[in-house]
Design a protein around this ligand. Sequence first.
Ligand SMILES: [Zn+2]
Length: 80
Amino acid sequence: MVRTWSTEQGRDETCEKCGSVYEVHITRFPGRDADKFNCDVCGHLMREWNDTESPSFRLKTRGTPPGASPPKARSARPRP
Ligand SMILES: [Zn+2]
């Protein structure tokens, strides 16, 4: 029987800096993989690995990076 790469559903991970939620899938490679992942939104280093199991991150919910102003309504007008 031939071993193939397998991908399994991981769990969600939340960036501790900005609160973005990522869906994490773990992929097993035949060889070792060393890499890291930085948050797409704020650049925070979320994980580093050097293993045969390599996580892949998919952004589910975009958080608010520290220092950024919260989203405002488009129709906002300056009030007198
Ligand atoms: Zn972040």
